[in-house]
Write a protein that binds this ligand. Structure first.
Ligand SMILES: Cc1cc2nc3c(=O)[nH]c(=O)nc-3n(C[C@H](O)[C@H](O)[C@H](O)COP(=O)(O)O)c2cc1C
Length: 197
């Protein structure tokens, strides 16, 4: 086993912040295993940004009106060769993943992302998102009530924010990606209490 830690990039696009929250959780879980992990909003990446300094890349995007963030799609298309040469994973956040009957729809979004970008990540995660009614304007609120009517059961507070993300599924995905990278790079996770990553 190699002595030094691995360096993970978690690069994401987000509309209302749920993908950012998931990316931060993934970064924290990876850091707990003793690796370096940086969660970066694709819109905020510095000009000097390069994939070269990372061992593994996890890219995340959410779905708005059937599409991922253009910035994520463009980034992946432009960096496809570099990403293909690295250990990599993709995760998608959508309401479709929160609804059993719409899992095929969610899988369809992933498929078009792969077809459009030509990037084949080593691992793929699909997570339910959130409804942030408190942050939507009038039209968005109407539209989302319509889109999510199957999910808004009576016990949920009307008009309140609702989170559908299964955090155990996020943690399981992260553990799987981390174990895959550790195996490929021959790096042991440092799970000791006082590990400082
Ligand atoms: C305007 C709008 C359109 C959306 N369209 C879709 C959609 O077409 N399919 C879907 O599964 N989820 C859709 N969603 C749900 C989002 O994917 C979900 O709210 C997710 O948590 C957004 O993540 P973000 O906050 O990181 O952008 C939509 C959400 C909004 C606000």
């Amino acid at each position: 086993m190699r002595e030094h830690v691995s360096s993970f990039l978690i690069l994401y696009g987000t509309g209302e912040g749920q993908t950012a929250k998931i990316a931060e959780r993934i970064a924290a879980t990876i850091a707990e295993r003793g690796h370096e992990a940086s969660a970066i909003d694709v819109r905020d990446r510095p000009e000097s940004f390069t994939l070269n300094e990372y061992d593994a890349a996890i890219v995340g995007a959410s779905i708005h009106v059937g599409k991922h963030q253009d910035e994520v799609r463009d980034f992946v298309t432009e960096n496809r060769d570099a990403l293909s040469g690295m250990l990599s994973a993709f995760f998608q956040v959508s309401l479709s993943s929160a609804n059993e009957e719409k899992h095929e729809e969610a899988a369809g979004y992933v498929e078009s992302f792969i077809t459009d970008t030509g990037w084949h990540p080593d691992r793929i995660g699909q997570f339910g998102g959130a409804l942030r009614f408190s942050e939507y304007g009038f039209l968005k609120r109407l539209m989302m009530k319509q889109i999510a009517k199957d999910l808004l059961t009576e016990e949920r507070k009307p008009g309140g924010d609702v989170e559908f993300t299964d955090w155990d599924a996020v943690d399981a995905f992260t553990a799987d990606v981390a174990a895959f990278v550790e195996g490929r790079l021959g790096v042991a996770p440092d799970m000791t209490e006082d590990s400082t990553a």
